[in-house]
Design a protein around this ligand. Structure first.
Ligand SMILES: [Zn+2]
Length: 393
C-alpha cells in the first residue's frame, strides 16, 4: 500500500493538517474556555432577599483565587464566556481579586497522583498566540500573565489597580465604595515556574507577585503536591525558596500543597500562609481538601482558609453547599480565619459567576451567619490579612 502513497503526499497532508490546526487553534482555545469555565445550567438560586442585597452592597468582597489571566479574554470588557472580568467583578461588588497564574497543567491531572508530563498549557499558550518565549517556559508564562494584568490596569482608566503593598490596599480602600475600583493581587500557582532559581523568585516578585503557591497538580523542585507522585515535603532548595519569598515580603499559598509541605512551611515562615482555594475534608471528603488538623494548624499560625465554589471542594453544585462548608470552616477554625476563593476560570463549573456574589451573601445569612460574620467571610478577614502582611512599600 505504501508504494501508492508517495512521501510527498504524506508531507502535504501533514502540512495542511498543521496549517488548519494553527488557524483554527484560537477558536479551539476559545471553545475550551467556554466549555471549561461555566455556571451550572441547573443552578436555581432562590431570589435574593432585599436585606441580603442591601448588606452585600455595603461589603468589601475579596476573592482569593481566579485563573482569569490564563484565557484569551479582555479583562476590561464583559465577556460572553468564562466567569471573571472587571464589569462582572463590579456587579459582584468585588473589591479585591487574587489573579492566579496557572503556568503548567499535566494532561493526566487528577487529585490523587498526577504525573508531571505532558503539559497542556503548552498547547494553550501556542493556540492563544502567546509570545514564543512562553511556549516552553512556565516562568515566562508567569511573567506574561502578570503583564496581562498590568496591561489591563494601564488601559482601565483607574477602574483596575494592581495591589503590591499595604499602602496600595489602603488607597484602594479609601477610594471605595464611592468609586468601585477593583484591586488585583498576583498569585503564582506553583513554584515549578521558578524552578531551582532564587533569581526567578526575585524577578516574579518584581513583576508584582505577592502570593506564592508551593505546588500545583504535581511535585516540583520546591516541594510536593497533595496530588503529586511522591507528595513529599519541602526540598532542601524549597526551604531556601520559601525563606526567600518570606524575606521579600511574599505570602505562601498552601492550596494544593502536600501535608508534609504544610508542616514544613508552618515551621519556616514569619508571615502566616493562606490557602487560596480549598474545601474541608470534614465537610466534603476527598483528596483535594484540607484535613481538620492541617486547617487548625494553619489557623493557629494566623493563616487564612478560603473555601472554593466548585463541586470537588464542597460536594455540591449549589450556593447553599458552599455556605455550609463555610459554616463548617467557621466552627472548626474560628470565623476570623475564613475567606472565599472561588477558583473562577480554573476549569471549574460554579453556581454563579463573579457578578453573582450576592447569592453567597444571601446563603450565608440563611445558614445563620450574623451580618458581621458575613462581612468577615466575604472579605474583611482577607482585607485585614493583606493589610497586615503585604509589604508596607
Ligand atoms: Zn488550583
Amino acid at each position: 500500500v505504501l508504494r501508492f502513497v508517495p512521501v510527498r503526499n504524506v508531507l502535504l497532508i501533514a502540512f495542511a493538517t498543521l496549517a488548519v490546526l494553527w488557524f483554527a487553534s484560537p477558536w479551539i482555545a476559545g471553545a475550551a474556555d467556554a466549555l471549561l469555565n461555566r455556571v451550572h445550567t441547573d443552578a436555581q438560586a432562590p431570589p435574593v432577599p432585599a436585606e441580603s442585597a442591601g448588606l452585600h452592597a455595603r461589603l468589601r468582597v475579596v476573592d482569593l483565587h481566579s485563573d482569569a489571566t490564563l484565557w484569551a479574554r479582555d479583562l476590561l470588557v464583559r465577556n460572553t464566556r468564562g466567569l471573571v472580568d472587571i464589569p462582572r467583578l463590579r456587579d459582584g461588588n468585588v473589591a479585591l481579586q487574587l489573579f492566579s497564574a496557572t503556568t503548567r497543567h499535566p494532561l493526566f491531572s487528577n487529585y490523587s497522583r498526577t504525573p508531571a508530563h505532558p503539559d497542556v498549557v503548552t498547547l494553550l499558550a501556542i493556540a492563544q498566540r502567546w509570545p514564543m518565549r512562553t511556549w516552553f517556559s512556565p516562568f515566562q508564562r508567569a511573567r506574561f500573565q502578570a503583564g496581562r494584568l498590568h496591561d489591563a490596569t494601564a488601559r482601565s482608566g483607574g477602574e483596575l489597580r494592581v495591589v503590591r503593598t499595604s499602602q496600595d490596599l489602603a488607597s484602594l480602600g479609601a477610594l471605595r465604595p464611592d468609586y468601585p475600583v477593583v484591586g488585583g493581587v498576583l498569585l503564582l500557582e506553583g513554584m515549578h515556574a521558578t524552578g531551582r532559581s532564587l533569581a526567578r523568585i526575585d524577578s516574579l516578585f518584581a513583576d508584582g507577585y505577592r502570593v506564592f503557591g508551593i505546588a500545583h497538580m504535581f511535585d516540583n523542585k520546591v516541594g510536593g503536591s497533595a496530588h503529586g507522585w511522591h507528595q513529599g515535603g519541602l526540598t532542601p532548595f524549597g526551604k531556601r525558596a520559601v525563606a526567600r519569598v518570606d524575606s521579600l515580603g511574599g505570602i505562601v499559598d498552601l492550596a494544593h500543597a502536600s501535608r508534609a509541605v504544610i508542616a514544613d512551611v508552618l515551621a519556616l515562615v514569619s508571615r502566616p500562609p493562606l490557602v487560596s482555594h480549598t474545601g474541608l475534608v470534614s465537610a466534603c471528603a476527598g483528596p483535594r481538601n484540607l484535613d481538620d488538623a492541617d486547617a487548625r494548624a494553619i489557623a493557629a499560625r494566623g493563616g487564612l482558609i478560603a473555601i472554593g465554589f466548585w463541586e470537588a471542594a464542597v460536594c455540591g453544585r449549589d450556593t447553599a453547599t458552599i455556605a455550609r462548608s463555610l459554616r463548617r470552616a467557621r466552627d472548626l477554625v474560628g470565623i476570623e480565619h475564613v475567606a472565599i476563593g472561588s477558583d473562577f476560570d480554573g476549569a471549574v463549573t460554579t453556581p454563579f459567576d463573579a457578578s453573582g456574589m450576592v447569592e453567597l451573601t444571601a446563603s450565608l445569612r440563611h445558614e445563620g451567619f450574623s451580618d458581621e460574620e458575613v462581612a468577615a467571610v466575604m472579605g474583611e478577614n482577607a482585607w485585614r490579612f493583606f493589610s497586615t502582611w503585604l509589604p508596607v512599600r
